[in-house]
Ligand binder design. Structure first.
Ligand code: ADP
Ligand code: MG
Length: 334
């Protein structure tokens, strides 16, 4: 599954001017994404999970070059996607696509769904109009919609069907990577499962890689091979799905998992729900040291002074940024 990475994200930040001014007159900065690194392998799904406002969508937009990092690099097959020529960027659009959350606002209500799906083909001058119509019908079949409905309008479809149309559009140019930004968050649970199954089938069929963004841990778990947990612009834990969910090592991940509904009903939930104090701090004024310390029950003085780096635990590739995580893993392995 994880051969050579096709996407390499290295120390990426994105700071926005917040508009608020500090007493000395300099504008404060929103640290939306603040030093994120990860890789994505071929045919791999990396789940990206975290509370609303932690920087997931900002990161997603940078991965498809709709936004530029303040610093750091994003490489697709070794090439920095933010240093491409206009022609290179156009070629990149074929390879990396995005599916957005809201199936009600992300489709143009004045266009037929066939035109919506075919639009990327037309923009890239792909084939004749007749070839594009044929390809559009193929894409409809691929995502499980009736190709005879290409002349209908978005409002004639349900939320789940609209999300399928968004997926068909993203697949039109034959991408290798699809960034899925909360693609099922607006859907009912039963419809969520259908769309997740569709994404998994498409991955098999088309050898796709996904970065799958969601705030819901259960949803992320269903589809991901690896999972990265974000908090206030940073990845605080990353690893294989089984390790992150089975032996979460960061207090934040532990808290999130303790309040998620159990995935295995046979497993008695002995674990108490860990209640976090308050809301996440503002990304314009992140706490010193470890950003999670203001809500963490394990926090000590060191956490305010030193920012913990991601450190590998007992499971290969399972990394956690917590001053207390290494000690926990040593005890566990005794
Ligand atoms: P998520 O997708 O995890 O909910 P976002 O990436 O949308 O988080 O937002 C991360 C932070 O960046 C939030 O505090 C948000 O208000 C801020 N932010 C996002 N986009 C902008 C923007 N264009 N200008 C200023 N701040 C922004
Ligand atoms: Mg978002």
């Amino acid at each position: 599954m994880c051969s050579q990475p096709i996407l390499e994200v290295t120390d990426v930040t994105r700071h926005y001017a917040s508009g608020r001014r500090w007493p000395l007159g300099s504008a404060s900065r929103v640290h939306a994404v603040d030093g994120v690194s990860f890789t994505l392998g071929e045919r791999e799904t990396l789940g990206l999970v975290g509370e609303s406002g932690c920087g997931k969508s900002t990161l997603g937009r940078m991965l498809v070059a709709l936004d530029r990092p303040t610093s750091g690099t994003i490489r697709y097959r070794g090439e920095d996607i933010h240093r491409l020529s206009p022609a290179g960027l156009k070629a990149l659009r074929r390879k990396i696509q995005i599916v957005l959350q809201d199936p009600y606002t992300s489709l143009d209500p004045r266009m037929t769904v066939g035109d919506i799906v075919a639009e990327p083909l037309a923009v890239h001058g792909e084939g004749t109009p007749a070839e594009r119509r044929r390809r559009t019908r193929e894409l409809f079949e691929l995502i499980g919609l009736n190709p005879d409905h290409v002349n209908r309008y978005p409002h004639e479809f349900s939320g789940g069907q609209r999300q399928r149309i968004g997926i068909a559009r993203a697949l039109a140019l034959g991408p290798e990577i699809v960034i899925c930004d909360e693609p099922v968050s607006a859907l009912d649970v039963s419809v969520q499962a259908q769309v997740l199954n569709l994404l998994a089938d498409l991955q098999e069929q088309l050898n796709l890689s996904y970065v799958f963004i969601a705030h819901d841990l259960t949803v992320v778990r269903q589809i991901s091979h690896r999972v990265a947990v974000m908090y206030l612009g940073k990845v605080i834990e990353v690893g294989p799905e089984g390790a992150v969910y089975g032996q979460p090592r960061h207090p934040y991940t532990q808290a999130l998992l303790s309040s998620a509904p159990p995935t295995d009903p046979d497993m008695a939930r002995e674990q108490e729900v860990i209640m976090l104090n308050g809301d996440p701090p503002s990304p314009a004024e992140p706490p010193s040291g470890c950003r999670f310390r203001t809500r963490c029950w394990k926090a000590e003085e060191v956490c305010a002074v030193h920012e913990p780096a991601l450190v590998e635990g007992v499971t290969s590739g399972h990394q956690t940024a917590c001053h207390f995580a290494p000690a926990v893993s040593v005890q566990e392995s005794d």
